[in-house]
Ligand binder design. Structure first.
Ligand code: KG4
Ligand code: ZN
Length: 337
């Protein structure tokens, strides 16, 4: 069995995965959303202190399995430095005291492996990763070969949902709140510009849209001056512009890539409005669409464990005395993940 730890942002999570059949033996996640909600976003120091409380509590529950561990895995990049350190310290301690190998896992690769929790892996795949920190299209050929085909030049999809919600004082995380309000909204009311619509760039950009949303909110008198219907209409119009932007750039990638299987992963892949739009697009391009179960779209240790099973088989171990946070550079398209 492999014990995996995730603490890259505001979720403390530990999982235990069986190596021989990918079975998830244990999985628990304590989300800090409530604690950060009043700030409209994650406060790193607070998140780190909460991990220091929650991770040991979850670990306590894994006691029955600790003697059966073959390895320990932990997210070491990308994420908030101070929160990654909490998971890394715990993983190091387990690796050293139990004298078992340590696997350092890239969080985004973990999101991709959320597709294969309790399943066989099926590659190659084209993946749209939409989370709080990233927006990328990735060609996944194997565990070791993942190539970024398109990336955001500024904000990520999840971040843009969070900021739109924050501008209307709706709380955090903004994604599910905006998706819910949009159901009652008129998506044609504001006609927000679709980012990079006339650009040949195969890339994503959401900061211009965020500005357009901000101006519309200000013109309505700010969060306090808006009616419930105004908020729903902003949410729906914003979400529509995000969808059209993602679809337009994805179409360009689809027409260049022959891989038949396509997947959406990451926290924002829980958005059913976006999922539905991609189902249609995949039909049009003859691709088969895959998603992770809703419970594994946002950050969790089960996906880190599932990646770790494959990494363990290839003995991609890291010296526990040397494992550290890795500060990930902004990736350019064409780079390896
Ligand atoms: O993958 P994740 O849990 O954390 C990162 O790796 O960043 O993603 C969290 C992000 C947040 O920005 C959240 O607002 C967004 O995912 N999110 C959504 C939805 N559910 C979560 N965005 C749009 N629609 C949703 N239903
Ligand atoms: Zn994530």
């Amino acid at each position: 069995m492999i014990l995996s730890i995730e603490s890259s942002c505001d979720d403390s999570s530990i999982a235990i995965t069986k190596i021989e059949d990918n079975r998830l033996i244990f999985h628990k996640k304590i989300s800090q959303e409530k604690e950060h909600a009043c700030y409209g976003g994650v406060v790193p120091e607070l998140a780190s202190r909460l991990h220091a409380i929650d991770l040991p509590n979850i670990l306590e529950e894994t006691k029955p399995y600790l003697n059966q561990l073959k390895a320990v895995a932990v997210t070491n990049q990308p994420g908030l430095g101070v929160t990654l350190l909490e998971g890394i310290a715990m993983a190091k301690t387990i690796a050293v005291t139990k004298n078992i190998p340590l696997l350092a896992v890239h969080h985004l690769k973990g999101h991709i492996y959320s597709l294969f929790i309790e399943k066989e892996q099926k590659l190659p795949l084209l993946v749209l990763l939409i989370s709080g920190g990233h927006t990328q299209i990735i060609r996944v050929e194997s565990l070791e070969k993942m190539t970024i085909l398109a990336t955001s030049i500024d904000d990520s999809v999840g971040e843009s949902f969070d900021k739109t919600a924050k501008m209307m004082n709706l709380g955090y995380p903004g994604g599910p709140i905006i998706e819910q309000l949009a159901l009652e909204g008129d998506e044609e009311r504001f006609g927000f510009p679709v980012p990079l619509r006339n650009s040949k760039l195969i890339a994503f950009s959401l900061s211009g849209l965020k500005n357009a949303v901000r101006l519309a909110i200000e013109s309505l008198g700010g969060a306090e001056g808006m009616s419930h219907q105004d908020k729903c209409d902003i949410a729906a119009s914003f979400q529509k512009a995000v969808k059209l932007h993602l679809l337009q750039k994805s179409k360009k990638v689809f027409s260049q890539e022959k891989i038949k299987d396509f997947a959406i992963v990451g926290g924002a892949s829980a958005n059913l409005y976006i999922r539905e739009a991609y189902e249609k697009l995949c039909k049009e391009f003859g691709k088969t669409m895959h998603t992770a179960p809703l419970a594994y779209c946002s950050d969790n240790a089960a996906m880190i464990g599932r990646y770790a099973v494959e990494a363990y088989k290839k003995e991609l171990f890291t010296d526990p005395y040397k494992v550290d946070i890795v500060s990930t550079k902004k990736h350019q398209s064409g780079a390896e993940l």
